[in-house]
Design a protein around this ligand. Structure first.
Ligand code: ATP
Ligand code: MG
Ligand code: MG
Length: 388
């Protein structure tokens, strides 16, 4: 579909699923990551780069070989991306823009930016790593409050719930040497997420609002669409689209939100790339979040009206993350049961098994959420039937 070469910084599962989408469009991709990283396994090329997306030299090596650079992770070296943007001019496109990546990779700057744009978020404040500063936050926000690392955060690693003044020394120990900020506690009733697509001309569109359920700060289940009234779904999409319209650069963005008991929706954080809450789109939508990302950065067409909606045959979906079990490969039991379940699809990432590691996911599609839940129960071994 396009003769330009796309370079991807990072070759984990998100990179792998981007490559899957690119392969179907016959678009060449080159990956920067360790040898045999999940994304490299499904695209043979002698031109892949071995190294780290946080290393200037490696990023430059990849940039020399491609026409468009994109990311599967926001924790990349942005200084070199800004330099490349200047040096290469029209010869290299970077999506999303280095400015967007830099803003989003610091969760406090991201929040400041969103607040300035009129997006509702949890109250937050920059905080020094001292007991006194943390105690002052406690007086201002009350307990519990959430202490967060501004940078390098993922899967809740970088967050600490400060449940009382007595926990302050423990919080400082857990997040020592990290730049910090604090957030007021959000007593949410549900966590919602929306994948938003931003095209090069700035037009934004979104996939349906989904509901995410985390276990130990890691995404466990996604219900698509979210089990909330249509008005709440629409409000979440509007908030997410408004937020993403204010950034620069094309691609998909994952927008995480909190639904409060009052019905108010607060934006939690943004990922400037495909996101775990959008994996269901591979099987439930004609155009997955990964293909939408590739099309947007290449400037390929996207169907306009409702182009990203769920297929009329599969109006509901559940995604279950497959995490490494305590015993090596024990997570494959879940996958085997999924293979016997109607409407379920197994996606494995080609990673070595390790307890708690994201090894893959299972998508379940059906015409109703009740049916999705019955199929989920079977996969989780909570149902005595072997066939649905
Ligand atoms: P990710 O892997 O999504 O990037 P992360 O490490 O950046 O995660 P957050 O999304 O900030 O972490 O928080 C992880 C989880 O902690 C949230 O999904 C939510 O369940 C909970 N959480 C975060 N902030 C708050 C808050 N202010 N009040 C209550 N719970 C919160
Ligand atoms: Mg995050
Ligand atoms: Mg998060």
């Amino acid at each position: 579909m396009d003769s330009r070469v796309v370079g991807i910084l990072g070759g984990g599962q998100l990179g792998r699923m981007l490559v899957e989408a690119a392969n179907r469009l016959d678009v060449e991709t080159l990956i920067l990551d360790a040898e045999n990283a999940p994304a490299k396994q499904i695209r043979s090329s002698e031109k892949h780069v071995t190294g780290s997306f946080a290393d200037e030299k490696s990023v430059r090596e990849l940039a020399e070989k491609v026409d468009i650079l994109t990311i599967e992770i926001e924790h990349v070296d942005t200084t070199v991306l800004f330099e490349l943007e200047k040096e290469k001019g029209d010869k290299l496109e970077i999506h999303p823009s280095p400015a967007t990546i830099r803003l989003i990779q610091d969760k406090y700057l991201q929040k400041e930016f969103l607040i300035e744009k009129g997006i509702t978020t949890a109250d937050c404040i920059k905080v020094e790593s001292t007991e006194q500063a943390l105690a002052e936050v406690g007086e201002k926000y009350g307990y519990p409050y959430m202490l967060k690392s501004r940078t390098q955060a993922y899967d809740g690693r970088g967050n600490f719930v400060v449940s009382s003044a007595e926990h302050i020394p423990e919080a400082l120990k857990a997040l020592h040497s990290r730049p910090l900020y604090a957030e007021k506690w959000c007593p949410f009733t549900k966590e919602l997420a929306v994948m938003v697509l931003r095209e090069k001309d700035g037009i934004v569109s979104s996939y349906p609002t989904v509901e995410t359920i985390q276990q130990n700060n890691i995404c466990h289940l996604v219900y698509a669409p979210a089990r909330v009234p249509d008005s709440v779904q629409l409000k979440a999409r509007n908030l997410a689209e408004r937020a993403i319209a204010s950034f620069s650069g094309a691609g998909v963005y994952g927008v995480e939100m909190f639904l409060l008991p009052s019905g108010e929706i607060l934006l939690n954080e943004i990922a400037p790339r495909p996101h775990n809450s959008g994996h269901y789109t591979i099987d439930a939508c004609a155009t997955s979040q990964f293909e939408a990302h590739m099309r947007a950065i290449l400037g390929l067409p996207i169907p306009k009206k409702n182009g990203l909606s769920m297929s009329t045959a599969y109006t509901n979906a559940i995604m279950l993350n497959v995490l490494g079990g305590v015993k090596p490969n024990s997570e494959l039991e879940l996958c085997r049961r999924a293979l016997t379940t109607k409407g379920a699809t197994v996606h494995l990432y080609g990673k070595g098994t390790r307890p708690g590691r994201k090894m893959g996911h299972i998508n379940i599609v059906a015409g109703s959420m009740d049916e999705c839940e019955t199929r989920l129960a079977q996969i989780q071994g909570e149902d005595s039937e072997t066939e649905t």
